[in-house]
Structures are given as structure tokens and as C-alpha cells.
Write a protein that binds this ligand. Structure first.
Ligand SMILES: *Cc1c(COP(=O)(O)O)cnc(C)c1O
Length: 385
């Protein structure tokens, strides 16, 4: 089976990890700040806070933004559940904004409409979480303009998008947001095994996220509220967690990051090959907006209903039988049983729902060879014939 995604680990990565294993620090050593600085420098953000997953990063980001009971968080239905769950962790109410039918990202017109509607009812969101789906940057500057108009915070879920850019601006640069989150899960663009990072240009947000990742404790004497300078003194000032990234993970991340540009270039080259090879099949291919460079975390096609002769389910199962590890990103979050239990219903976000009935993620990763990709294309041609 050719999987839809796969990590790439080199001998240099192995050496970097082994070096940490032979060093004095397995955790809370120098590799974590080194990784934070490297990622922050790469996207041009001042502060990076590394944690054990993007899910943890989303959680502490929402907490640092002050999200709590009675507040609202909005995201898109076409995302991994973590983009929405972070709101529920903070006891906030979660709601969704439908997607654009071509980019499959948050629809800015739908967001503008929903904000106007919510303002009349006194029900504006405190935090909006746009997701750079499949690695394509969202229309972040337009979302930011609405944030200024309506007074909400913007938390970019850039789990798919490290290495992407919009009009030359790196995705996740926080130019048009308060906080950005990246994921370093093995299926993402670069990996630390498991891991995530929250980035911000705001020193106070960075400091509170750094405390929240480690129990809400500060060891910085300048922040202490009490204490007489005793050698044992530290202070817990918030209720935080143990969400720390360890040095073994950070060393892998630093080593992987050196190949980020090559990975994104290869992913784009493979995406262009798919674009050419799949033309003429009953499929809607990915649309990349002018000025955008996608990181192509995923290459998703949509079956054109009425033109394709087989159903989504049949095409999917047949591709799997032919050895192509296709996947679905995503079943709309509001249709998950847990969210149905919160009262969400089919029909609420029609674009995301239509998308979920048509989308197929094809294999795409740096070590996918042209020959393997040709096998995928042949399997798709035979299945749709
Ligand atoms: C992978 C992913 C996450 C969660 O990342 P983890 O590091 O696995 O916690 C969150 N949001 C999106 C959009 C993702 O794809």
C-alpha cells in the first residue's frame, strides 16, 4: 500500500537524536530553545513556545487569549477535531464558519456574514481559528481586517502549512494574527515525532504560554509575587499542565527543519505532476490562489458528482484495493458524534458537507517517487474509467 503521507528520517536526524541521548539533558535542556528559535526565525516571528503536540499548543494559546466559559470560538468544519476541541477544553462554546468551494479554506464572505449576524445578537466570538487547509494559506489579511472591526482574536492553525507563503509572507508569520500553531506529527511537513509550537510577536502571550506548558510555574525572579530569594523558590501562578516538548524531539525537529525548503519544493513538484496527469478525469483538482505558495501537506481531489460514474465510497474502496492508501481529510467536525451530541446537525455547513462527500486525499510526501505517483495515477484512471 502506498500511504497518503510518510515521514522522512535521515542519518543526520538519527545522529542529532543520538547526540541528545548521550548528553546531560533529555528534557529541559538546550535543544528546545534552539528549536523554538529556529522555527521562529524561519517564519519571522519573535517568540516560539514548543510543546508536546499542536493540540496542546492550541489549548494553551486559547487560554493565553483569555478564552473561557461563556466565550465563543469559531473555526471551520473542514479540519482536524483539535482546531475545535481547544475551545471546549476552555469551556467555551464552539461554532463553525463554512468553507470556500474552491480553496476549501475558511470562506471570508461567510465569516463576514456570520459576524454581522452575531453582532446583532450580542454573540460575537472571542477567538477565530482559521486553518491553512492542505498547506494553502488562508486569506489571512481579510480575516485580520474583520478581527479589527469586530474585536476578536485570531489563532492560526498552521498545522499543515509550515513552509507556505502568501504574497511572499510566510504562513504563520503572525502578521495577521495573534498566535500561530504548527504541528510536528510525523505525517506533517517536518516532524519531531510528536510535537507542536505556538508562535507570537506578543511577549506577554509568549510568557503566559511558556508558564501554561509547565504547570503554570515561573522560575523567573522578576515575575515572582513572593519569595525571599531562597534557592528552592519557584512560583505556581496559573493552573497549567505538563505539555513540555523534550530535547530528543526538539533535536529531531531542528535537524528536519534544515530540509523544510526542499520538502516543500518536492511536494509542489509532485502536486504539479498530479495536476497534469489528472486533467480530464471527472475530478475537481486543488485551486491555489494567485500569490499563494501552498506547502502541499495534502493533495486532495474531489469527485465530480453526476460526472463520475461511481460513488465516493466505491472509488475510495477500489483505490484501497488497488494499493493506494487514500484518505479523507476531513469528515466535517460538526458531524462527529461528539459534536452531534452538542446539538450540531447535518445541513448547517453545506459546503463543508458536500466537500466531505467528494474529497479523496491522494499520496503525497517527499519520498514518493515519480514512478510510485504514476502507479497512483494509473489506479485512479482505471477506477474512474
Ligand atoms: C495534525 C493537526 C492538528 C493536531 O496536531 P497534533 O500535533 O497531532 O496535536 C491540529 N490541527 C490540524 C489542522 C491538524 O492537521
Amino acid at each position: 500500500m502506498i500511504p497518503y503521507g510518510r515521514h522522512d528520517v535521515t542519518e543526520a536526524d538519527v545522529d542529532a537524536v543520538v547526540q541528545v541521548l548521550r548528553s546531560d539533558f533529555l528534557t529541559q535542556g538546550p535543544a528546545v530553545p534552539r528549536f523554538e528559535q529556529a522555527v521562529a526565525a524561519h517564519v519571522g516571528v519573535k517568540h516560539g513556545v514548543a510543546v508536546n503536540s499542536a493540540t496542546s499548543a492550541l489549548h494553551i494559546a486559547c487560554m493565553a487569549l483569555g478564552l473561557g466559559r461563556g466565550d465563543r470560538l469559531w473555526t471551520v468544519p473542514n479540519t482536524f477535531v483539535a482546531s475545535a476541541n481547544c475551545g471546549l477544553y476552555c469551556a467555551a462554546d464552539v461554532d463553525f464558519v463554512d468553507i470556500d468551494p474552491d480553496t476549501w479554506n475558511l470562506s471570508v464572505p461567510r465569516l463576514a456574514e456570520k459576524l454581522a449576524w452575531a453582532q446583532e445578537r450580542g454573540a460575537l466570538p472571542k477567538v477565530v481559528v482559521p486553518v491553512h487547509f492542505a498547506g494553502q494559506p488562508t486569506e489571512q489579511e481579510a480575516i485580520w481586517a474583520l478581527a479589527q472591526q469586530y474585536g476578536f482574536k485570531v489563532l492560526e492553525d498552521a498545522s499543515h502549512a509550515i513552509g507556505a507563503a502568501r504574497n511572499g509572507e510566510p504562513a504563520g508569520s503572525c502578521r495577521w494574527s495573534d498566535i500561530t500553531v504548527f504541528s510536528f506529527h510525523p505525517v506533517k511537513i517536518v516532524t519531531s515525532g510528536e510535537g507542536g509550537m505556538a508562535l507570537t510577536n506578543d511577549a506577554a502571550l509568549a510568557e503566559s504560554m511558556a508558564m501554561l506548558r509547565t504547570h503554570g510555574i515561573t522560575r523567573d525572579p522578576r515575575r515572582w509575587q513572593e519569595g525571599d530569594g531562597a534557592a528552592w523558590h519557584y512560583e505556581q501562578q496559573l493552573l497549567g499542565f505538563n505539555y513540555r516538548m523534550i530535547d530528543i524531539q526538539a533535536a529531531l525537529g531542528v535537524s528536519q527543519l534544515q530540509r523544510l525548503d526542499a520538502y516543500v519544493a518536492r511536494r509542489n513538484a509532485l502536486a504539479r505532476r498530479y495536476d497534469v496527469a489528472l486533467e480530464g478525469l471527472p475530478l475537481q483538482l486543488p485551486t491555489v490562489l494567485a500569490g499563494n505558495r501552498s506547502a502541499f501537506h495534502l493533495y486532495v481531489v474531489r469527485l465530480k458528482p453526476g460526472i463520475a460514474k461511481k460513488t465516493h465510497r466505491l472509488v475510495f474502496d477500489e483505490l484501497r484495493r488497488r494499493g493506494v492508501g487514500v484518505n479523507l481529510h476531513y469528515t466535517p467536525v460538526h458531524l462527529q458524534p461528539y459534536y452531534r451530541g452538542l446539538g450540531f446537525l447535518p445541513g448547517q455547513y453545506p459546503e463543508a458537507e458536500r466537500y466531505g462527500c467528494e474529497a479523496i486525499t491522494l499520496p503525497l510526501y517527499p519520498n514518493l517517487t515519480d514512478a510510485m505517483q504514476d502507479e497512483v495515477v494509473a489506479a485512479l484512471q482505471q477506477t474512474l474509467a
